[in-house]
Ligand binder design. Structure first.
Ligand SMILES: [Zn+2]
Length: 331
């Protein structure tokens, strides 16, 4: 699946977007260029036949509740006669947030190293706290998709860490910045593919062998992979299912690297996760932690990409995978 680069936007940044996208109609056009390369694809039937563009004027009665004429660009399919916009079938569908705001927030998320907080988005784009929060969670939902349906194959580093659990009072003076509260420590389990750099993490109830075994089995092509862990007993059983072997370093004896064996990738991942939760989010509830992990996995897995490539990756996931796309055409 490919997305097209809108005219003159081979490099996407907030200032460049600001110049190009000033009105809501601009934002629709930008999104259309990105997704359709100038030729709309009907999300209902997949038709790329000529579509009718219903301009706001053609639909004079379609004013918004505030009395403004809508700048929404709506198309009508020549094949199935149904209406659609560039948002149909995406996580932005039926959202009351302007498309322009979505675009800017997507670029913000993709160009920040530690993520953006709902409070920051709320202030910058004049949203209600609830809207800002909801928007970020929808985008995190989109980050969850990606390649997560394919099993991981290669050298897999597995490790677990405890996140959260600070007292509520300690951060009491920062209440306005607190998005969520972690009442107790949560166990986060992560798998990192040493070759591709991809990370997949989730909250697990405990660090028992059976728990980690099923978490690994769900994600990894074990017969064709190699496992790297610390000396924890929990990995002994599952390690035997790895066709290319199981190696471990003994942290208790101060051994962190032996030959090509180490869990440093996971240590780095957790280090960054903890710093970001402390610095940006302050607190994350258990129920939302999985979505934050999706964001961190996305950021970690795309860390070698440019900001622009990351925007395109996320935009593809935001748009969903059920839709037909024209192949990527570079201008
Ligand atoms: Zn159609």
């Amino acid at each position: 699946m490919g997305l097209a680069y809108p005219r003159g936007m081979e490099r996407i940044s907030i200032p460049a977007l600001g110049k190009r996208v000033q009105s809501e109609a601009d934002a629709y056009e930008f999104m259309e260029e990105m997704r359709w390369a100038g030729q709309p694809v009907c999300p209902h039937c997949g038709s790329v036949r000529e579509h009718y563009f219903l301009t706001p004027k053609a639909e004079a009665g379609r004013a918004t509740r505030r009395g403004k004429v809508s700048e929404r660009r709506v198309w009508k399919c020549a094949a199935c006669r149904r209406q659609f916009s560039v948002l149909t079938g995406t996580v932005m569908h039926s959202s009351k947030i302007p498309v322009k705001t979505w675009l800017f927030v997507i670029v913000e998320i993709c160009s920040s190293k530690n993520g953006v907080s709902a409070r920051e988005i709320q202030r910058k784009y004049e949203l209600t706290p609830k809207t800002a929060w909801h928007m970020l969670h929808r985008l995190r939902e989109a980050m969850k998709r990606g390649d997560a349906f394919q099993p991981m194959t290669g050298t897999i580093v597995a490790d677990e860490a405890y996140i959260g659990g600070q007292s509520r009072r300690k951060y009491g003076h920062l209440r306005a910045d607190i998005e969520h509260i972690v009442p107790a420590k949560a166990v986060v389990f992560t798998l990192i593919n040493a070759e591709s750099g991809e990370a997949r993490s989730k909250v697990v109830p405990n660090v028992k062998g059976d728990t980690l075994w099923s978490a690994i089995r769900a994600q990894v092509d074990m017969p064709n992979s190699r496992l790297m862990t610390d000396e924890s007993m929990s990995y002994r059983g599952v390690g035997r299912e790895f066709g290319l072997g199981h190696d471990s370093v003994t942290h208790n004896l101060g051994e962190y690297v032996r030959g090509d064996v180490s869990t440093n990738r996971a240590e780095n991942y957790f280090g960054q996760l903890k710093r970001s939760i402390d610095g940006t989010f302050h607190k994350v509830s258990h129920e939302h932690l999985d979505r934050y992990l999706a964001e961190f996995d996305f950021r970690y897995s795309t860390r070698k990409l440019t900001d622009t490539q990351r925007v395109y990756r996320l935009m593809g996931q935001v748009a969903g995978r059920r839709l037909a796309y024209r192949p990527l055409t570079n201008p």
